[in-house]
Design a protein around this ligand. Sequence first.
Ligand code: THU
Length: 129
Amino acid sequence: MDDKDLVQVAMAYREHAYAPYSHFKVGAAVLAKSGKVYGGCNVENSSYPVGICAERTAICKAVSEGEREFLAIAIVAASASPCAPCGMCRQFIAEMKIPRILMANLKREIKAVTLPELLPFAFSEENLQ
Ligand code: THU
């Protein structure tokens, strides 16, 4: 699966976004080393902080199916420039050591970055030693 295909899956999941409060729909798709792809969308809540982002939805779906190793994650929204993951999602992506992050928008502009670019000086398990 190439970058464009992964972004395409994220776009399809974006259609499922539950965003009645922000009206900002986000889709994500994570590619596991197994070759399987798991998609997700943001799911908001009337108690705003309870909502979850698309990236964490997708990663939780994958991890709960037993996946532990990943190749890439795509994030897409209707933003002017390719949509960047929020800080909490960056920490989530770092935990799973997802090496390649594809930020995208509906114009199919894609910006690929590495994990250290996305979250330099990340807090990790090493800091717990
Ligand atoms: N959102 C995501 O799904 N992922 C991000 O990385 C940024 C923000 C969602 C959360 C909320 O439902 C909406 O976008 C507006 O912040």
